[in-house]
Write a protein of this length. Sequence first.
Length: 163
Amino acid sequence: MQRLFVLATALFLAAPALAHEIVAGDLQIIHPHIPQPAASAKSAGGFMAIVNNGTEAERLIGVETAIAAKTEVHESRVDANGLGTMTHIEALEIPAGETVSLERGGYHVMFMGLTGPLTEGEMHKAVLIFEKAGRVEIEFQIDPPMGKGEMDHSTMDHGVAHD
């Protein structure tokens, strides 16, 4: 019983180290992260949750970072025939009083033309650009690599020229 209590306490205390958040006005950005891609990867996907605690809708209209040649917000979908597509979206609506999750298989940040390897545990600066809130500085945490069966963005070319 003592061991179980020690293990549970250790896990509880470790949890905050695994997640981080940024508050900017009415927006709360929860755990921006990138699953560690292969060292040779040319692209990667970024994920987070965005909470809009305000009374008006907000829109994410851009992302800037030095870790990639090009960074966009994308949406992944699977049609009725099982065909998966990924498309760039100009803006991501965050309704008032709601949370929008950027996660595998849905909305996500696409980092194309990575400027170097991303290593688990690192933090990389980025700026989320919102229509009303403006520029919000965040850091993407590099998390452990994805589990099997999940979409691996590091193997996708996305049409970005690489040297």
